[in-house]
Design a protein around this ligand. Sequence first.
Ligand SMILES: O=C(O)CCC(=O)C(=O)O
Ligand SMILES: [Fe+2]
Length: 351
Amino acid sequence: MTSFGKMDLSIIDYQALASKDAQSTRTPLSLKERSRLYSALKDTGFAYLKHPRINQATIDCLFGHTKKFFAKPLEEKIKIKGELEKGRGPSQGYSNPAKLAQDPKTSDLKEFFGMYYDEDTEKPNQWLEDEGSKAMRKDLVAFFESCHIVILELLSALAEEVGLPPEALHPYVAEKNHFIACLHYPGTKADAFQFRTRAAAHTDYGCLTLLFNDSKEGLQVMTRNGTYEYVPRIDDCAVLNVGDLTSRFFNGILPSTVHRVVQPPSTSTDPNAEIPSRYSLAFFGHYNLSTLVKPLDALVSESSPAKFEPIEAGEHVKARVRQLHVAGHSLRENSGSVVQSQPNSVVSASA
Ligand SMILES: O=C(O)CCC(=O)C(=O)O
Ligand SMILES: [Fe+2]
């Protein structure tokens, strides 16, 4: 197996970033952390976010719920199978690309449970009815609310860094159009990774993503020179990354970076070796569907013209979801331009 290095991402302290003094003024420490956030995201599109209102005990408890959920028989889980006509999209409820996608031979080696804002009564989430699922719902709803507050704080920091008022981007996430994916990458033989990945190379398509992993690794981020590096999990930290639409708002200054999930490092490549399962929890912050996303005026000038045409957030997300659900695996924007032919990339998987 090709050996990959580790990515040296900045660790941003969320509590410092969010802090204010007794007069509700930003402390020097907060201002420093806010500008560190901006430069980290500008460099790589990724950063670690330490203590983001959500502690390790909460994450462990959520993993407890999702482990129980995924351990249920497939017949039970597909009672809430994600389907377009059942709600807001094909991933609201249970999805299993590895078994149920149109092309299960190249699809991601994963299954997941997805939910939107739980108070959406028009297109409600799908839940199983047992006691465990009720507890999972309650805790995921609380997690959703905490992540929403974190997204507001991060957006205010990014807005201020480019000279805008802190609330400038807040109206665009007011509808809480966010999406949570509880992910399970089942244990498998190493052989399975020969032509497939746990999550094929992709960018996230929305606002900002907060990702919480268990101790099993395998997340890789593409560097500027096109190679991949591992992003190991760090205790009490979420992995934060920029989605396509925030990248467009910031005229490409903040990149929406390609990433993927491959065979964990330091596991055997013997085709018969058992590779342990992995769980992760992704909060995909999203803009309201009707938000018109175009490079912020503050970042556009004669010397640095707009790099993107305006696009409606909902249209962009819909187009990406369509790509994803035909193939059953993640595809980056303009997927034809994934030029690497790394052993585990989407290119070799589908060639
Ligand atoms: O599970 C992970 O570590 C990353 C998953 C991911 O990138 C995604 O679902 O968008
Ligand atoms: Fe992702």
